[in-house]
Design a protein around this ligand. Structure first.
Ligand SMILES: [Zn+2]
Length: 430
């Protein structure tokens, strides 16, 4: 068994902001090298709004060298690089397996953290605290370590496996995956099936995501008769806006009830509606000529989007004359990945999990990930982060992952990746 040491990395670590609680110190003792590598990666400040992508690329370069895998870098946008390590299969003409992860993390409110969010402090229970422990630096290192083990054991898989590392997922993926899926280099990868991020599960089961809700960001513009604040002016912007708000929030109430009264529903199965911005008015005594109200809607793939928009149009019409609306974001992709037992990819995925006695819970992802861009170009994708017995803390304060759960995830991928890469050739592949 080869023991991997990463001495050079220590010198690369950012040494910012002086001492803080924890300071990244751990009690002495032998730590699994995979855990050390994970903690090293967590210390890289790939945090918005100014992520250290160069640091991440240097880190990945070193890994590719260690794994003896070629790494391609494609600049999809100025200063936005997608990198891909490729482990060629015995039959490289077959469709490949994509192991995707994003390198960026969301900002922290350090004052709410028990430890420095970039120190990767490990407490006595083995809980590692850092931004990205769950979302999704754990998965990146788990992929890498699983491949490292498989290679060290002398395996050679049938299908090619690509490890892809993308920037900017946390800011919508426009300068990352959304652009890259249209790039000729993406086509060349010839991907048949993709794994991407999921969410932790507080119970014994593991959650897998086979689809996502579509985010719609809408602003409703309500024009009205202006006038003096001392009078009863007819047809005001505020009266119209009230109706609009009522329609949206009544619908919100219905969806909330639907979620709370059905045992088998999760957030991914209903439409969430939230009123997020209001704009209008110039003075206390002036009735304004216009008011705007904005909503964040997340719509499950089971909803007919044309009918849903017709409903919005109707709400606006009922609220008064000349009301218009505009979308800041309107995703229309309703592709879901098959989870039928007859589907060879799903059967390989779920079969490997079953063999490890893992119970899977299938869900629609409540928010948006890069998987939506992968599915939109016709590639089946499963969102999966192997973390059970773990509270969902992505984007939250004190995000952490226990080292044992992290290490178990490596073994999970060690079985999953060969299972997927052994899916027999499809009729159109030979
Ligand atoms: Zn993520």
């Amino acid at each position: 068994m080869v023991v991997f040491v990463f001495p050079r990395l220590v010198t690369m670590l950012p040494d910012k902001d002086g001492p803080v609680a924890g300071g990244g110190q751990s009690p002495p003792g032998a730590e699994d090298p995979a855990v050390s590598l994970f903690r090293d990666y967590l210390r890289l400040r790939t945090v918005h709004p100014d992520p250290d992508y160069d640091g991440a690329l240097r880190f990945l370069d070193r890994i590719a060298e260690e794994l003896e895998l070629p790494m391609k870098k494609i600049e999809v946008w100025p200063d936005r690089v997608v990198s891909i390590m490729t482990w060629e299969g015995k039959n490289p003409s077959l469709k490949s397996i994509l192991l995707n992860s994003h390198t960026d993390v969301v900002p922290v409110f350090q004052e709410h953290w028990k430890y420095d969010a970039f120190s990767a402090f490990k407490d006595a229970e083995g809980n590692i605290y850092a931004r990205g422990t769950q979302d999704m630096k754990c998965v990146t290192i788990q992929y890498i370590q699983a491949i490292r083990r498989l290679k060290a054991e002398g395996h050679r898989l049938m299908r090619t496996v690509h490890l892809m590392f993308v920037p900017d997922e946390e800011v919508g993926g426009h300068k990352g995956m959304e652009t890259f899926v249209k790039h000729p280099e993406f086509q060349k990868l010839n991907i048949g099936f993709a794994l991407d991020e999921g969410l932790a599960n507080p119970g014994e089961a593991f959650t897998v995501f086979y689809g996502e809700r579509n985010p719609w960001w809408i602003t409703v513009h309500c024009p009205g008769s202006p006038g003096h604040g001392s009078r009863f002016v007819e047809n005001t912007a505020a009266e119209k806006m009230r109706q609009v708000i009522n329609s949206f929030l009544n619908f919100r109430e219905k969806e909330k009830t639907r979620l709370n009264t059905s045992e088998c529903f999760t957030l991914g199965d209903v439409t969430t509606v939230n009123m997020t911005m209001v704009k209008g008015g110039v003075a206390y005594n002036v009735i304004p000529a216009e008011m705007d109200v904005s909503f964040d809607l997340r719509i499950p793939p089971t909803v007919n989007l044309q009918e849903f928009e017709a409903q919005i149009k109707q709400w606006c019409k009922e609220a008064g004359e000349d009301i218009t609306y505009k979308f800041a974001q309107k995703h229309m992709n309703q592709d879901v990945t098959s989870t039928e037992e007859s589907d060879p990819w799903w059967s390989a995925f779920s079969g490997a999990c079953k063999a490890m006695n893992m119970r899977l819970e299938k869900e629609i992802f409540p928010a948006a990930t890069d998987s939506r861009f992968i599915r939109a170009v016709g590639i089946p994708a499963i969102g999966f982060s192997p973390m059970n017995r773990t509270p969902i803390l992505l984007h939250d304060h004190n995000e952490y992952l226990n080292e044992q759960i992290f290490l178990k995830g490596i073994s999970v991928y060690e079985r999953l990746i060969p299972a997927l890469a052994s899916v027999p050739a499809f009729p159109d592949e030979v």
